[in-house]
Design a binder for this molecule. Structure first.
Ligand SMILES: C[S@@+](CC[C@H](N)C(=O)[O-])C[C@H]1O[C@@H](n2cnc3c(N)ncnc32)[C@H](O)[C@@H]1O
Length: 255
């Protein structure tokens, strides 16, 4: 039994390592399309009961404590949860999401909740808005972790910075998980696959495609977030980073 168990473990570990390596053939644009497809399918199964509850407690506390009010932009707004929550706090809100049907649902949910808000279909990595500037930009529910590559996340943050008022703030949350030594070795193999297949040569430790369905980046340590924020000319007003439990950061223009 123990021999069979050992063989089973070796084979399943090998299969997982192969799967992780295969992920590297997907370029960043392919990963964005993969996420688009996932959320476009998800919206049909989603129960909107939670949406009308608005902000989670930690979001409510943090945003509620800011003196800032005015215009808010919710990036990757989903079916409207934080748009409704921000509107309740007195913000004039615009929500953007990459999936058209998700945006339609958000519009309907905001109307049902009695909140006025604008919506647009936009890929937040190529954000281009006629409206603005905004006093607050939010990426809640982890869209920051859904963006592949450090380069794309920095470009996105720079675009966001350009639509913020001088005292404006950007609030992001993200997944965290420290990779094991073995995962780091598999990552080296993945880099090799990316190189020979002209795939995602910018893939990083912490990149994962969950069950072939959607891409997520798990941040390894607070330094990773700090460096991306700094590269986009933001400074960090507040950073909460909990290994395995995710984190959030409040960003302001670098002075
Ligand atoms: C987990 S949901 C979060 C929804 C909402 N912010 C919340 O907290 O309830 C992530 C959302 O990000 C959107 N998204 C993913 N990649 C995106 C991109 N590149 N541009 C815009 N939206 C994106 C998805 O379509 C999805 O609706």
């Amino acid at each position: 039994m123990s021999v069979r168990l050992t063989i089973f473990r070796i084979v399943t570990n090998l299969a997982r390592a192969l799967e992780i390596c295969a992920e590297a053939v997907m370029r960043p644009e392919d990963l964005i399309r993969l996420n688009h497809r996932f959320y476009a399918q998800m919206v049909w199964n989603q129960d909107d009961h939670d949406v009308t509850r608005g902000l989670h407690d930690w979001e409510q506390q943090l945003i509620g404590s800011l003196a800032t009010r005015g215009r808010a932009l919710a990036c990757g707004c989903g079916t409207g949860r934080e748009v409704i929550g921000l509107a309740r706090l007195g913000f004039q809100v615009m929500g953007v999401d990459i999936v058209e049907t998700v945006v339609e649902r958000a519009r309907e949910n905001a109307r049902k909740a009695g909140m006025e808000a604008d919506f647009e279909v936009q890929d937040i990595t190529t954000l281009s808005l006629s409206k603005g500037p905004f006093d607050l930009v939010t990426l809640l529910g982890y869209p920051y972790s859904l963006i592949p590559t450090r380069r794309k996340r920095i470009e996105m943050l720079s675009r966001i910075r350009s639509v913020l008022t001088p005292n404006g703030r950007c609030l992001i949350n993200f997944y965290t998980r420290q990779c094991t030594k073995r995962q780091q070795w598999v990552h080296r193999l993945r880099k090799l696959v990316a190189f020979v297949t002209f795939g995602n040569r910018e893939c990083q430790v912490g990149d994962i495609i969950h069950q072939g369905a959607f891409f997520t980046h798990f941040f390894q340590d607070p330094k990773e977030i700090e460096e991306e924020a700094r590269a986009a000319e933001f400074q960090i007003e507040r950073l909460d980073f909990h290994h395995e439990q995710g984190g959030h950061a409040l960003l302001t223009h670098a002075s």
